[in-house]
Design a protein around this ligand. Sequence first.
Ligand code: NAP
Length: 259
Amino acid sequence: MDLGITGKRALVTASSKGLGLGCARALAEAGCDLVMNARGAEALEAEAGRIREAFGVTVTTVACDVTTAEGQAQVLDAAEQPDILVTNAGGPPPGQWSDWEREDFIAALDANMLTPIALMKACLPAMMERGWGRVVNITSQSVKSPIAVLGLSNSARAGLTGYVAGTARQVAGKGVTINNLLPGIHDTDRALSLDRGVVDAKGITMEQARAERQQTIPAGRYGSPDEFGATCAFLCSTHAGFIVGQNVLLDGGAVNLSM
Ligand code: NAP
């Protein structure tokens, strides 16, 4: 299917690995020029090079921490009012309800709520003026079904979800859609580190931790960054203009909310 976005300019933050990279690759395959970002320059440059070679699109890289005001200014400068914005950042650490102090919450809110909000506020006016724009925020299945050990993530994602629910409906009339993609467990470094936490807590092997987790997923496997990216690219396509303010679960059936 032609996604109808050849030549559009896309900013994908936190995109040198994992789900962000899956989104960047799928948008490049659809013909978008990219601005990619991560803190570490090495993986970022390597993946940008692979994308240029595979898809022949322009890729600009910005190595910075997107959760800081300076980092946000840098990616926004490089992206020059993009047509497509995909927001992403690393997830907060797991723990117990009693572990977290005010500064832990502030860090989680900065990364997973206030950063995507700042990026949207910067990009939406030009999208609305042009009469076309797409925003996809990478959040988490924890929005639908909060995960006990991810209290910081649960809290920050809930705040972003509330903001998007109102904002998406205020900008839709100008041809701009905002939707959230909610990953369940996907095969990335983040999943590896969560599995390592289970290994440490339960004294089991990585294979056992993974098998245990897979049993909770009706699809019987972890998701892949490529299939996640393909869904993101579809939400950014010309065909998805009537999908507004949705929280789209990609979780192999793990969260059962069919009613
Ligand atoms: P990942 O494999 O650890 O990749 C994270 C990417 O983001 C890397 O490219 C990393 O590069 C970059 N990054 C992290 N912090 C950044 C920052 N402050 N500024 C700029 N770039 C940053 O993670 P993932 O699995 O793709 O997860 C992406 C998001 O989805 C996270 O918020 C995670 O909590 C959420 N999620 C993931 C899953 C899953 O199963 N994978 C499930 C639910 C939710 P650098 O380290 O070089 O900066």
